[in-house]
Design a protein. Structure first.
Length: 168
C-alpha cells in the first residue's frame, strides 16, 4: 500500500456523509424490514425480537453490498483509502513486538514495516485530529532513525508491502 496525501476537509466531509447515510439507512431499513416481517408473520404474543434482529442483519448486509460495489466511486476515494490504511496498520500492530525485536537486530524488512507504520499512523492521527499521541510517535520515529543510522540502512517507504510481515 502506498501512502498518499489526501485533503483532510474533503475526507472528513465525505466520511461524515457516508456514516450519516449508513446510520440512517440502518435505522430506517431495519425498522422497515422488521415491521414488514411482523405484518406478514404476526405472532399472538412475544417481543418479535427475531424479526427485529433479522431486519438489522438484512439491512447491514445491504449496506455492505452497496459499499463494496461502490468503493471505486470518486466520492469514496478518501474514505476507502483511510479504511485500507487502518487495515494495513492493524496488520503491523499485531506483529509490532516481533518487528521491533527484528529491527533492533537490523532487519531491513522490519525497519521498513515500522517506518510505514509510523508514517501511516502520523497521517491517520492528523486526519482524525488525534494529536495527543504524536509525541510518543515522534519518540518511536527517533529510535527508528537511530537504528537506521546504526545499521547504515536506507529504506524506501514506497517499497512496503504487507507480504513482508509473513516472515514475522
Amino acid at each position: 500500500m502506498l501512502l498518499i496525501e489526501i485533503d483532510k476537509t474533503r475526507y472528513r466531509r465525505h466520511f461524515n456523509i457516508v456514516m450519516g447515510a449508513c446510520i440512517s439507512f440502518l435505522l430506517l431499513g431495519s425498522l422497515g424490514i422488521a415491521q414488514l416481517l411482523i405484518a406478514v408473520f404476526p405472532a399472538a404474543e412475544g417481543t418479535h425480537f427475531h424479526w427485529n434482529l433479522l431486519g438489522v442483519i438484512v439491512t447491514a448486509l445491504i449496506i455492505l453490498v452497496v459499499f463494496k460495489s461502490k468503493r471505486q466511486h470518486p466520492f469514496l476515494v478518501e474514505v476507502v483509502y483511510v479504511l485500507e490504511l487502518k487495515k494495513a496498520l492493524n496488520l503491523i500492530t499485531r506483529k509490532v513486538r516481533k518487528l521491533q525485536s527484528a529491527a533492533k537486530m537490523g532487519d531491513p524488512n522490519a525497519l521498513l514495516a515500522l517506518q510505514f507504520s509510523y508514517s501511516g499512523s502520523r497521517q491517520l492521527w492528523l486526519l482524525d485530529d488525534n494529536t495527543i499521541t504524536l509525541a510518543s510517535l515522534d519518540k518511536s520515529q527517533a529510535e527508528l532513525e537511530q537504528l537506521l543510522a546504526k545499521y547504515d540502512i536506507s529504506i524506501d517507504i514506497t517499497k512496503y508491502n504487507s507480504n513482508l510481515l509473513k516472515s514475522f
